[in-house]
Write a protein that binds this ligand. Structure first.
Ligand code: 13P
Ligand code: SF4
Length: 339
């Protein structure tokens, strides 16, 4: 146990001292981004979650936007939306706890329907997923017949069920190009659609949805970040408006950004995406300096160690999808995974 943590342990209750000593190695992993004074509040829950995962034969899948104490200390599988979907297919455990938002839990359930899939807080939604309904997709099809519908995974199972194929930020360009047509309907993110249209030359009929985290970044903010932080490498998520992507050195999914940092080891970098991502990548790359504008996703931040623990204790909240919807939605996701 480090000196800083030992000092905190000396003042903690006996039960917490046991948890502190059992989780000391985990603390070492995240000490650069979690202050020692915060750790006792996490240690009890982490200790309990590790025990409960074993008792329930459960795994925790965590998106790159989870806070570092979740991402680095209780997760079994981590990644971007594409990686989590791929990995969910092959999970062998009885229970999957999704440390992410609701559409991610639904995707895991449709790809591995025999498993019990839990989401620690049912309110963990997404501004993109709530921007469009299945009825909207049917109307779009009536209005623009014969165009394939490409649906971002950040949507409900009902919307996926009305779609031809899904995509994520990690494969959107590839999926649109794979269709080999001059025009597609791409829903619901207007910025992702605009970014993909520019990259592919395919005409895109878009929807008015946007990610409430990424749409807050502006081109002017990026220019001022560069002016204030000489030499900074700017990595942006394609849910950002196109003029923000234009200011970046690289645009890609959260996994793409992480790979960029791992491969190139920039001296100084800024990730134009959700706030916790920089903490999680910083833990892995101590030699890289991270500039941190902080836009939090209120939906992702609904997931905490406390409610992951309670999900496992009480086996709540189980994600269920109506079977007829699940079959059609799964087809759209599987088509994406085949590409
Ligand atoms: P990716 O991790 O797939 O890039 O998605 C980002 C996101 O906003 C998920 O909600
Ligand atoms: Fe949705 Fe944006 Fe939050 Fe991702 S970051 S869950 S796209 S609101």
């Amino acid at each position: 146990m480090s000196a800083a943590l030992a000092d905190v342990a000396a003042r903690a209750a006996p039960a917490s001292v046991r948890a502190l000593s059992r989780t000391a190695e985990l603390y070492d992993r995240v000490r650069r981004v979690v202050p020692p004074l915060e750790w006792p509040a996490f240690a009890d829950d982490i200790d309990a979650i590790l025990r409960l995962k074993h008792e329930r034969n459960a795994v925790v899948l965590a998106h790159n936007y989870m806070s570092p104490e979740i991402f680095h200390c209780v997760s079994d599988i981590v990644g971007d939306s594409l990686a989590l979907a791929r990995e969910a297919q092959t999970v062998d455990a009885d229970v999957i706890v999704m440390a992410g938002v609701h559409f991610m839990a639904e995707t895991a359930k449709m790809l591995n329907p025999g498993k019990t899939v839990l989401i620690p807080d049912l309110r963990a939604g997404c501004s993109l997923a709530s921007s469009i309904t299945a009825a909207d997709v049917r109307l779009l099809r009536q209005r623009y017949p014969r165009r394939p519908v490409v649906t971002y995974v950040n949507t409900s199972a009902e919307v996926k069920a009305e779609s031809d194929i899904c995509c994520t930020s990690g494969n959107a360009k590839k999926i649109v190009e794979s269709l080999g047509v001059p025009e597609v309907i791409m829903i619901p993110d207007k910025y992702l659609a605009a970014n993909v249209a520019r990259e592919t030359g395919v005409k895109i009929i878009a929807w008015e949805g946007a990610c409430e985290v990424h749409e807050r970044f502006t081109a002017r903010q990026i220019r001022s970040l560069r002016a204030d932080n000489p030499g900074v490498v700017v990595l942006a998520h394609p849910e950002c408006p196109p003029d923000v992507v234009d200011e970046a050195d690289y645009a890609g999914s959260t996994a793409g950004m992480q790979d960029y940092v791992a491969r190139r080891q920039p001296g100084r970098v800024v990730l134009i995406t959700e706030c916790s991502m920089a903490d999680n990548v910083a833990v892995l790359h101590p030699g890289v300096e991270f500039v941190r504008p902080c836009n939090l996703c209120p939906h992702m931040k609904r997931i905490s160690l406390r409610n992951i623990r309670s999900a496992l204790e009480n086996m709540e909240h189980e994600v269920v999808i109506e079977p007829a919807v699940a079959v059609r939605a799964r087809r759209a996701v599987e088509r994406m995974l085949e590409v």
